[in-house]
Design a protein around this ligand. Structure first.
Ligand code: KG4
Ligand code: ZN
Length: 347
């Protein structure tokens, strides 16, 4: 057991294809290590069986590196926090089983973390020595647009634990829309960052795509994917080099459409809830077009926009460790009977 007054949390993330470990001491980040699995690039998407095998190989070295980077000993760790869901079952099992063994061996409590709550609480990660991070911590209530490869949600966040999903996708996630569009263009997985890269040199108005008409605050991206596929098929039938010759404009146009779909609903949600504290989270929040569009809305609508540092947007364990830290303060621990949940609603 940790004999000092400090609270040191080891965070573990293994819900998809990143094996990650982080150390947070008294709310401040000391180490954040991520091993990304490149094996999936060969298959155009995450292969669950390969992901769990890679987690198995990576988890001990990643934890070891995090402990070394933090400059602590494993005996100083107060508790272990781990992603229990949502995610790929085989991937989650590796992180959960590791955490059980570590907790048992070190005689420390276990804290289970909802991955989606982690993405939102990434906004509360403090890095030591930076005054900038203190200024950029949001206050409550807060609206968070969580956009990743598996999720697209608008969440009303009343405090660190009170989170209500007020809108979500009825089919594909925004990250999936990016990745599928990239795949249709023949780009490798994950295509989101590549679309972002090529889009910077393109005209976002070069091509137009039909936007969905969906009720309330919900989203849909499957129609856009089909429309985009038909568009690319038609154009390449006329000119086989169409994609290559228009890559930047196609990327800029599809990116602009996805961003517009997201922002229409985010603006509606902000109006309905009368909330001006706006945050984004999840892998797609790394998108430079989305970041720029949100920044311009700060002035236009009087929003205060919170955008996490790049390394806390995509899957990481710092977000799991900070959530674990807040749960530790409430003594919200779980027993060895805990099992992972492929589906785990935020509320
Ligand atoms: O949160 P995340 O790392 O994993 C999930 O929980 O899904 O999100 C990964 C998703 C992928 O779909 C990836 O293409 C997308 O985030 N992504 C981006 C960018 N960086 C990552 N999408 C658009 N632009 C980016 N710069
Ligand atoms: Zn994620």
């Amino acid at each position: 057991m940790n004999k000092s007054q400090s609270i040191i949390i080891l965070g573990i993330e293994s819900s998809c294809d990143d094996t990650a470990a982080a150390i947070i001491k008294d709310g401040k980040l000391l180490a954040n290590v991520v091993a990304t699995q490149n094996v999936h690039k060969l298959y155009g998407g995450v292969v669950p069986e390969l992901a769990s095998r890679a987690h198995q190989q990576n988890i001990i070295p990643v934890v070891d590196q995090a402990i070394k980077q933090a400059g602590i000993t494993k005996e100083e760790i107060s508790a272990i926090a781990f992603t229990s869901g949502p995610g790929l079952m085989g991937s989650l099992l590796v992180g959960v089983s590791f955490s059980k063994a570590f907790a048992l061996g070190m005689d420390i409590p276990m804290i289970e973390v909802n991955h989606m709550q982690g993405h939102i609480l990434a906004h509360f990660i403090e890095t030591s020595g930076t005054s900038e991070s203190q200024n950029s911590v949001p206050s409550f209530p807060l609206l968070c647009l969580t956009v990743s490869g598996g999720h697209t949600q608008i969440v009303l966040v009343k405090n660190h634990f009170d989170m209500t999903v007020i809108g979500e996708t009825i089919d594909d996630a925004a990250g999936e829309a990016f990745d599928k569009a990239a795949k249709i263009m023949g780009l490798p997985y994950p295509g989101g960052p590549l679309i972002d890269k090529y889009a910077t040199a393109g005209n976002p108005k070069a091509f137009t795509f039909t936007k969905p008409q969906i009720q309330e605050l919900n989203f849909s991206f499957s129609g856009l994917k089909t429309g985009f596929m038909n568009f690319i098929n038609n154009e390449t039938a006329k000119n086989p080099n169409f994609v290559e010759e228009n890559k930047a404009d196609i990327c800029a146009s599809i990116q602009a459409t996805i961003i517009e779909i997201l922002l229409i609903k985010l603006k509606k949600a902000a109006k309905q809830t009368n909330c001006k504290q706006i945050a984004i989270a999840g892998g797609v929040s790394a998108n430079s077009g989305l970041r720029a569009a949100l920044k311009s809305l700060e002035q236009e609508l009087g929003w205060k926009v919170f955008i996490p540092k790049f390394e806390y947007c995509t899957d990481n364990a710092a977000m799991i460790a900070i959530t674990g830290y807040y749960k530790y303060l409430k003594k919200d621990f779980v027993s060895q009977a805990i099992s992972p949940k492929a589906r785990y609603a935020l509320k």
